[in-house]
Ligand binder design. Sequence first.
Ligand SMILES: [Zn+2]
Length: 206
Amino acid sequence: MGQPVEDASGFGPREDDLQRLWTPHRMVYIGGEDKPADATASACPFCRIAAGDDEQGLVVARGATCFALLNLYPYNGGHLMVLPYRHVPGYVDLTADETVELARMTQTAIRVLTAVYAPAGFNLGMNQGEVAGAGIAAHLHQHVVPRWLGDANFLPIVGRTKALPELLADTRARLAAAWPAVAASAEQVPGAQVPGAQQPTPGETA
Ligand SMILES: [Zn+2]
């Protein structure tokens, strides 16, 4: 304590005027350590997370057929994914119930992120197949990426690096805490069949 961990004088002369942002944790992604060995459910990280602990797996919310979790390699802070528990690769593989719940949980994810982080916009999307950019192609997942003005700076282009202002465990805790109340109020939007529930005026949600 009180001693520097590393002595900068041992790093030799400065070669340019650029500052460095060291992100050694990115090597896990670059090295592909979390890529499934094959397309089976037993090798699938999403199936493992679905069966495991919420905090460990960064699970934000669980429904009857689908669940929502934080992306371990986020494009932005709050980058969520909504996916079925079932290990299926395609959007057309979903049952009617899964299709509805995936859509409803995506809406709730947008509402929760809006309530907690007030982003200016969202990117939503599913990559079908590795050729289309799916990291885990064997298990369908819908990305929900909050966007802020100016969030796409030079870092990802020049440095293949994304600066993120909050630790994933903290983001998970905040979103998981906000989810139930937001989901409950979303049940009361016009058009939702909630017997006896008072219908709010449009635009009054969350
Ligand atoms: Zn799976």
